[in-house]
Write a protein that binds this ligand. Structure first.
Ligand code: F0G
Length: 469
């Protein structure tokens, strides 16, 4: 029998950051003070922070030294040109417009391309992306495959566009009212689920036949490339870089939150192939972000990003990154916890409707589970269900999405396997006490992106987790 060969992280730890250990009583107070919204907790009160993988990565020694090479000129800094070269090498687009983060790029793209009354198809919504489309007068239309809405489905490419749905939209409203298709890789709200390269190619071909542009949300495109290499026949021998370039080559440009794949704490960009559209974008970026050679970033941040892009496409890095997510996911499956399958790229998504069948969706089981998990183990996750979905922009009614989830998102290169084990123990103990968790009701509901700042109260109880201790 050959000896099993494991892999371990392709890095070692040079510096540590101390965490605060809190008591359960302290956490009960903290979550009540935070209106039972994990976004409103102070991070010093959190032990294991799985709120997001956005801007929470550990930078490498090479990135930290890149910060020292910041050229803080207002215009034309060297760092801009390094970033432009890294973007062109790995994403392949012609023009780079830096922004402070992903939503800065979404704002500019939406304002440039969308007219009131337009429709913007996409493979599932993302909160900020959809809001910018709506603020520009457009309406988002979900054209993702049905499998994406079924947590138990093992379909390997749940991020795929349903070409039938897209064609129907084109037939109904006409291609001239569709400024572009918004294509997300490793679809966040579906559970970090990838698109196949053949689906990306076919989607782009359909759009091209109708003169519709395709803009990629490239935020987690490298993680998507890894799944293509592993799962889609014909790509196993290609490098992640080659697959990434192929994904991008089917599209007209991208918006990018560099806070995820690209391993920086802040930053993003808009990339565009069309010369004229890029010119217009450079004109808009100076209004909202900053000059077109820094957008919203300091020179040092652009340099760290240029290095981060190079590190992000290394196979060993992504294997360890997604491997850690899979480790957590498999341990939760073994413990009987209902999670979205297949295990995604950036986090494990617990099916809160199934975990808490006694809480109706109108009492936000995802939000309640996230609050209870914090109380139990000091682990901070994020609701991705009815609170995140918000209200219908036309009817004002609460949207009740088919996926009522909580996301345990893994920051890149930050936590150890022991942190994953502690998380599993906390979730497992909650599963045993699930009937002691109660639903929540709004006490404050913000107008836009309500999940960030909303406040809640437990329904019919003082606490969200009503166990004896
Ligand atoms: N697109 C996707 C797919 C995202 O996941 C995010 C951010 C954005 C765009 C917006 O980018 O935050 O840099 O402005 N997602 C974070 C998350 C907030 O926690 O999933 P941003």
């Amino acid at each position: 029998m050959p000896v099993k060969r494991s892999w371990a992280e392709p890095y070692k730890i040079k510096m540590v950051e101390h965490l605060t250990m809190t008591t359960r009583l302290e956490r009960e107070r903290a979550i009540a003070d935070a209106g039972f919204n994990t976004f409103l907790l102070r991070s010093r009160d959190v032990y294991i922070d799985l709120l997001t993988d956005s801007g929470t990565s550990a930078m490498s020694d090479m990135q930290w030294s890149a910060l020292m090479r910041g050229d803080e000129a207002y215009a034309g800094s060297d760092n801009f040109y390094h970033l432009e070269a890294a973007m062109r090498r790995h994403y392949g687009y012609k023009h780079l417009i830096p922004t402070h983060q992903g939503r800065g790029a979404e704002n500019i793209l939406s304002q440039l391309c969308i007219k009131p009354g337009d429709f913007v198809p996409g493979n599932m919504y993302f909160t900020t992306t959809k809001l910018h489309q709506e603020l520009a007068g457009g309406r988002f239309v979900d054209v993702i495959v049905d499998e994406a809405h079924v947590p138990e489905s093992e379909f390997p490419f749940k991020g795929n566009v349903d070409l039938g749905k897209l064609q129907r939209l084109i037939d109904e409203v006409g291609a001239d009212r569709i400024p572009y298709l918004s294509l997300e890789t490793n679809v966040n709200m579906a559970g970090g689920q990838p698109c196949s390269l053949s689906n990306i190619r076919d989607t782009a071909a359909l759009c091209q036949r109708h003169g519709i542009r395709v803009f990629l949300d490239a935020t987690r495109a490298v993680e998507n490339a890894y799944f293509i290499k592993l799962r889609e026949p014909g790509h196993a021998d290609k490098s992640l870089s080659e697959i990434l370039l192929e994904i991008c080559a089917h599209t007209d440009g991208c918006t990018m939150s560099a806070k995820k794949d690209s391993l920086v704490n802040i930053g993003g960009f808009l990339a565009i192939n069309d010369d004229e559209l890029a010119e217009q974008a450079k004109n808009l970026v100076v209004i909202y972000e900053g000059l077109h050679t820094y957008g919203g970033m300091a020179g040092r941040d652009m340099e760290a990003l240029a290095v981060g892009i190079e590190e992000s496409v290394q196979f060993d890095h992504i294997r360890a990154r997604i491997g850690q997510v899979e480790y957590l996911g498999h341990r939760l499956i073994d413990a009987g916890v209902p999670i979205v399958r297949p295990i995604g790229g950036h986090g494990v998504f617990i099916n809160a409707s199934k975990f808490l069948p006694h809480i109706p969706q109108s009492q936000f089981p995802g939000q309640a589970l996230a609050a209870a998990l914090y109380v139990d183990g000091g682990v901070r996750g994020m609701e991705r269900g009815a609170v995140s979905a918000g209200r219908d922009s036309e009817t004002g009614e609460n949207i009740l999405p088919s996926l009522e989830l909580i996301r345990l998102t893994i920051p890149r290169r930050v936590y150890t396997q022991a942190h994953m084990d502690v998380t599993v123990e906390s979730v497992t103990s909650l599963l045993e006490d699930r009937d002691k968790i109660v639903g929540l009701a709004f006490t404050y509901e913000p107008k836009h992106l309500r999940f960030f700042q909303a406040r809640f109260t437990p329904v019919g109880a003082d606490r969200v987790l009503n166990t004896a201790d």
